[in-house]
Design a protein around this ligand. Structure first.
Ligand SMILES: Cc1cc2nc3c(=O)[nH]c(=O)nc-3n(C[C@H](O)[C@H](O)[C@H](O)COP(=O)(O)O)c2cc1C
Length: 174
């Protein structure tokens, strides 16, 4: 049981495989656009989200290591694929496979970010769920601050090295 201060129901929400959850952010990760599927699945109104940090839907069980890797990649101007467990407003959770890309300005800087998300295949979650639980446990055990982040990153790197694959190969090979 996580004691995190945010309300969780333990109920999972899913969305149809032909629907795509879309959001866009400014360079700091504040929401500038959400589509109707986002609103429906996350259970917020547009007014509740625009201008807010994308972390408004962060689920406390998500490893910080994943978000660190996400930000390091997109800040560097590159795309990333990531499985993410999100928290709906009511406390339900929903898994997505996100593809996040930077929008580059004419001067080459990052003007903002764009994420499109599909519903993941169930079999993949049987792998990702336990992996994320391990990462999050390692983070919390090390203190959940910078030390936790370092511990999570080390464990993820060890797991990838053990499989002999890069992060991208691992995610896309699931
Ligand atoms: C385009 C874009 C999409 C994002 N999508 C999500 C998301 O679906 N769920 C989430 O928890 N964080 C998402 N993030 C990451 C958040 O900005 C944030 O880093 C994360 O929720 C962890 O919160 P923290 O950085 O405050 O620890 C996204 C970031 C960007 C730039």
């Amino acid at each position: 049981m996580l004691h995190t201060g945010v309300h969780l129901t333990g109920r999972e929400r899913t969305f149809p495989p032909d629907e795509i959850i879309v959001s866009k952010t400014d360079p700091k990760g504040r929401l500038t656009y959400v589509n109707d599927v986002f609103l429906e699945v996350a259970g917020y109104t547009e007014a509740e989200l625009i201008g807010k940090s994308h972390s408004v839907i962060r689920h406390p069980a998500m490893p910080r290591t994943v978000f660190r890797r996400l930000w390091d990649t997109i800040r560097g101007g590159r795309e990333i694929f990531a499985y993410v467990n999100n928290r709906a407003k009511c406390g339900d959770h929903y898994w997505v496979l996100a593809h996040i890309t930077p929008n580059l300005a004419a001067d080459g800087g990052v003007a903002g970010y764009h994420s499109s998300r599909r519903s993941p295949r169930r079999a993949v979650l049987d792998v990702v769920g336990p992996l994320y639980d391990r990462l999050r446990a390692a983070e919390l055990q090390a203190g959940d601050g910078a030390a936790g982040m370092a511990a999570g990153a080390r464990l993820l790197d060890d797991i990838l090295a053990g499989e002999g694959v890069s992060y991208e190969e691992f995610v896309l090979g699931l």
